[in-house]
Write a protein that binds this ligand. Structure first.
Ligand SMILES: *[C@@H]1O[C@H](CO)[C@@H](O)[C@H](O)[C@H]1NC(C)=O
Ligand SMILES: *[C@@H]1O[C@H](CO)[C@@H](O)[C@H](O)[C@H]1NC(C)=O
Ligand SMILES: *[C@@H]1O[C@H](CO)[C@@H](O)[C@H](O)[C@H]1NC(C)=O
Ligand SMILES: *[C@@H]1O[C@H](CO)[C@@H](O)[C@H](O)[C@H]1NC(C)=O
Ligand SMILES: *[C@@H]1O[C@H](CO)[C@@H](O)[C@H](O)[C@H]1NC(C)=O
Ligand SMILES: *[C@@H]1O[C@H](CO)[C@@H](O)[C@H](O)[C@H]1NC(C)=O
Ligand SMILES: *[C@@H]1O[C@H](CO)[C@@H](O)[C@H](O)[C@H]1NC(C)=O
Ligand SMILES: *[C@@H]1O[C@H](CO)[C@@H](O)[C@H](O)[C@H]1NC(C)=O
Ligand SMILES: *[C@@H]1O[C@H](CO)[C@@H](O)[C@H](O)[C@H]1NC(C)=O
Ligand SMILES: *[C@@H]1O[C@H](CO)[C@@H](O)[C@H](O)[C@H]1NC(C)=O
Ligand SMILES: *[C@@H]1O[C@H](CO)[C@@H](O)[C@H](O)[C@H]1NC(C)=O
Ligand SMILES: *[C@@H]1O[C@H](CO)[C@@H](O)[C@H](O)[C@H]1NC(C)=O
Length: 554
């Protein structure tokens, strides 16, 4: 896939003229058929010294579905940040833009482009521009979602409420979570005011039409990851006639998202990915996975890991390096942060195994602490904090607030236990259910997903075999809902197809974007070899695979 990036089209020479055209108020480059003028992105005008990166903002109505509840003079709008990577041969091919969403909800399209833009363009080729955006409420778009006016206010609020991070007992913690959730939800409602009522996925789907209109493009070309599959499915249901190419990758169940208070299905394969981590470690052997020396079998190693990590609930591991570097390593640090996050991407498996080995072997948590918990060196999972946008969009979209039944803390406890009993990672979700129940923002949408949706052009659906947060079963559900869609499964572990490099998948993606051709039936694709899980010392799997080096979708 890399070879394509080396082809240099003469069209790439089209630069920024800084020629203010008919758009008198905006300096920048205007392209034929577009109503926006673009300027080089402030952070970096190119990504790889080679691709042109341009930025722009776009005002969209606060309420896309009620023309009288808008106004550009009374601030009833959102100001959306756009970012575009120009394909070198896009102009010769009709200047088609593929819209991208990284997930979250609350993930930044700016961030996606900076981190993944070049890699994605290597998959889709130079005939397309990639266009992403910070959705309404997110990061550089304004107003952006926050539940407290200042970070200081947020800290203050959390100091005054109880924020236990190691939830061992739902019954013991529920009173505190319930009470804290009432404060949090009121703060979220007050801080965002009326705009907060319109930060939801159907509004963002309509914003994508505003974006398409602004760039003079009739139909949607789209690749959405993780939560981006909720956005894609929503768009395809609302505007099936504008669907030209829509890929949903690492699929979440849209029916659960909008109509079920429980996230249960999303955890269906979480434990299988954890078992896969251990299994692949044992198979790789102690040369590449040092944890393998601690057990003969997968079962034995799982048992050792769980008993070590669970013991941290009673007694965290003290780490003392010197008088400026020290701290406690607790259950959540290891289980919910390091282990759970590593499930998203096999690239993180080898460092995780290395950090866990001394902890399990001798109780020495120093290596773990230095790798995961030292602010200066800690492995960074996301370079952008979704902040409160994640909750905001999730609960505005879904079943929340007074509409949620079970309604009382007493009824919630057994229901939450049941909803999270399909995974050993379930406890980290418990506090969220209280926030969902206490959610106070007025609901302004009533979107119900549909089955048997006939889009103008069928969807392409991608999934790994075992995805820790968006299981294959949810991809099958989407495959059933969208007429003519095809499901491509890439055999492997991780979140979204990008987690497991596969030329088979890349070829299908490119053929779909370029020619509109789908496989005749659903397909299972093999991963590229060697496998990415515990690469042998000198293996170049991770290093040379374009998409693989980049991290995760949310
Ligand atoms: C912009 O460029 C066009 C074509 O090069 C030229 O005709 C026009 O005068 C320029 N406009 C300004 C404001 O410089
Ligand atoms: C929209 O945001 C841009 C920055 O992205 C800013 O320059 C512009 O003034 C904003 N417009 C409005 C109407 O808020
Ligand atoms: C549309 O917005 C106006 C102005 O806020 C409001 O009075 C009206 O009730 C809204 N219509 C609907 C259908 O919500
Ligand atoms: C650019 O696109 C045109 C039209 O699709 C195609 O014929 C040509 O081969 C492409 N050039 C490159 C360098 O990809
Ligand atoms: C968020 O927006 C700011 C501008 O407000 C921008 O500098 C930054 O790059 C954005 N973050 C990401 C991760 O794109
Ligand atoms: C909370 O926000 C207000 C208004 O922005 C500010 O005056 C106050 O200092 C903040 N309090 C803290 C603890 O940050
Ligand atoms: C909600 O999800 C649960 C678990 O996946 C399922 O058992 C239940 O039937 C769903 N309820 C509705 C209303 O869809
Ligand atoms: C590592 O594996 C090799 C080969 O299976 C074995 O001979 C050796 O004893 C193992 N080392 C440790 C420390 O377990
Ligand atoms: C403490 O340890 C850290 C990490 O090894 C090191 O960077 C730092 O220089 C040490 N500080 C002192 C005062 O020794
Ligand atoms: C723990 O491991 C670190 C290396 O990561 C080592 O420097 C330290 O001496 C060990 N501590 C103990 C108590 O063995
Ligand atoms: C989870 O809850 C369901 C419904 O109560 C029950 O049928 C199932 O046995 C439970 N599973 C586990 C692993 O406890
Ligand atoms: C890995 O590469 C280095 C340097 O190229 C070499 O010295 C070493 O023997 C290689 N290790 C293995 C296991 O092939």
């Amino acid at each position: 896939m890399r070879a394509l990036a080396l082809l240099i089209s003469c069209l790439a020479a089209v630069g920024f003229a800084h020629n203010s055209t008919s758009d008198e108020h905006t300096e920048g480059q205007k392209y034929h058929g577009e109503s926006l003028a673009w300027t080089p992105c402030p952070v970096s005008p190119t990504l790889d010294g080679d691709h042109q990166l341009e930025c722009r903002n776009l005002l969209v109505p606060m309420d896309q579905f009620n023309a009288s509840n808008n106004g550009f003079n009374n601030e009833k709008h959102f100001n959306i940040s756009l970012i575009r990577l120009r394909g070198k041969n896009a102009t010769a091919n009709g200047n088609i833009n593929i819209l991208l969403n990284p997930g979250g909800p609350g993930g930044s399209g700016m961030s996606l482009m900076y981190r993944w833009g070049v890699d994605i363009s290597q998959v889709v080729g130079e005939n397309f521009n990639l266009l992403s955006f910070d959705p309404r409420g997110v990061n550089a778009s304004t107003p952006y979602v926050k539940c407290y006016p200042t970070p200081g206010n947020k800290t203050q609020a959390s100091r005054n409420s109880w924020t236990g991070t190691d939830p061992y007992s739902l019954t013991e913690s529920s009173g505190n979570w319930w009470a804290s959730s009432i404060i949090y939800s009121q703060a979220c409602k007050q801080t965002m005011g009326e705009h907060g009522e319109y930060i939801n996925t159907p509004q963002t789907a309509a914003d994508m039409n505003s974006i398409l209109d602004a760039v003079g493009q009739e139909n949607l070309y789209y690749w959405g990851f993780s939560y981006g599959t909720i956005l894609g499915q929503t768009y395809a249901t609302m505007y099936p006639e504008r669907v030209r190419r829509v890929i949903i990758d690492g699929v979440a169940n849209e029916f659960d998202w909008f109509t079920n208070w429980s996230d249960r299905e999303s955890n269906d394969d979480t434990d299988k990915v954890f078992e896969g981590f251990v299994d692949e470690c044992i198979k790789a052997g102690n040369q590449t996975c040092p944890l393998a020396q601690l057990a003969e079998t997968k079962e034995e190693l799982i048992e050792k890991l769980i008993s070590t990590i669970w013991a941290l609930r009673e007694e965290p591991a003290p780490v003392y390096v010197n008088n400026t570097v020290s701290g406690l390593v607790g259950f959540s640090d290891v289980w919910n942060n390091a282990v759970f996050n590593a499930l998203y991407s096999p690239l993180r498996w080898a460092p995780l195994a290395a950090a866990l080995t001394p902890l399990v072997q001798t109780g020495n948590a120093t290596a773990f602490f230095l790798h995961y918990m030292l602010p200066s060196t800690a492995e960074s999972y996301n370079d952008y904090d979704e902040g409160d946008a994640n909750d905001y969009i999730r609960y505005n979209d879904g079943v929340s607030g007074p509409a949620l039944s079970p309604a009382t803390p007493e009824e919630l406890i057994p229901a939450i236990l049941e909803a999270s009993n399909n995974t050993i990672f379930g406890s980290q979700e418990w506090p969220g259910y209280f926030n969902r129940r206490s959610w106070a923002v007025r609901k302004t949408i009533d979107f119900i997903p549909e089955r048997g949706v006939r889009t103008a052009h069928p969807l392409l659906i991608l999934s790994t075999t075992y995805d820790p947060v968006c299981p294959l079963i949810s991809a099958r559900s989407a495959n059933d809902a969208f007429v003519g869609s095809r499901l491509v499964e890439v055999q492997g572990y991780g979140h979204c197809s990008l987690a497991v490099p596969s030329n088979c998948v890349n070829d299908i993606v490119r053929q779909y974007f370029v020619e509109g051709v789908l496989p005749e039936s659903n397909v299972v694709c093999g991963p590229n070899l060697p496998l990415p899980y515990f690469p042998a010392e000198n293996s170049t799997t991770g290093a040379t695979s374009p998409v693989h080096t980049t991290g995760q979708a949310y």
